[in-house]
Design a protein around this ligand. Structure first.
Ligand SMILES: N[C@@H](CCC(=O)N[C@@H](CS)C(=O)NCC(=O)O)C(=O)O
Length: 213
């Protein structure tokens, strides 16, 4: 059955790989599943056909046969459960990898999004300059324990898993802020993730869309 995902017709990041279809593309590349992409405009994302797939009018979505999913955590988990390559066979190790997926979207991503919003959407507000150090601090409060736990390890819990895929995807958004480089082991972790051939293929595919004439 054909897998179809949705992505921005034109990503606001111009192809830096920060739009969340990249993590879904990456997961599909890791497990060797071909997929098709339906590009959607900002307007189409808020119309009934797309809202039926994602009630919040966002990308990415995932369709395969009569299954339609939204939320990248759920999509990547579904891919990892259906196809070998992103979750360990041992059930306890599998459960730990899934914990890292939730940690990525539930514990690490929220303060990073807050920072992105503070810098992009709220920078003209009168309180923006005063608030920014607080937002930075909230990000660092999450990165310190993450960096401590990773230590010198290559990945978060043994072999590369869907937990690492989600965590690296979330951390990537910090690069422009310079904060990631304050934690050399986390910067190295993200660089290792980006060097994976599957990530490279996913990145190239989304870049092709965003640089097409
Ligand atoms: N929690 C959702 C977030 C999805 C999301 O924020 N998607 C962004 C693109 S990366 C989007 O569609 N933004 C446009 C909008 O919200 O109108 C997920 O992980 O799938």
């Amino acid at each position: 059955m054909t897998i179809t995902i949705t992505a921005f017709e034109r990503s606001p990041d111009g192809g830096k790989g920060l739009a969340r279809d990249t993590r879904v593309r990456w997961a599909l590349e890791e497990v060797g599943q071909p997929y098709e992409v339906r590009l959607v405009s900002f307007r189409a994302m808020k119309e009934p056909a797309h809202l039926a797939l994602n009630p919040f009018g966002q990308i990415p979505t995932f369709e395969e046969g009569d299954l339609a999913l939204f939320e990248t955590g759920a999509i990547v988990l579904h891919i990892a459960q259906r196809h070998a390559g992103l979750l360990p066979a041992d059930m306890n190790a599998r459960a730990r990898a899934i914990s890292w997926m939730f940690a990525a979207v539930n514990t690490i991503e929220p303060p990073i999004l807050e920072l992105v919003n503070a810098k992009l959407l709220e920078r003209d507000r009168p309180w923006a300059t005063e608030r920014l150090p607080l937002v930075h601090e909230r990000v660092r409060n999450r990165l310190v324990p993450l960096s401590t736990r990773l230590g010198d390890a290559e990945w978060l819990d043994g072999a590369f898993s869907a937990g690492d895929l989600m965590m690296a995807s979330v951390l990537l958004r910090l690069r422009a802020s310079g904060i990631l480089d304050e934690y050399p082991n986390l910067a190295g972790y993200v660089a290792r993730a980006e060097a994976r051939p599957a990530y490279q293929r996913a990145f190239a595919a989304q870049l092709a869309v965003n640089t097409a004439p």
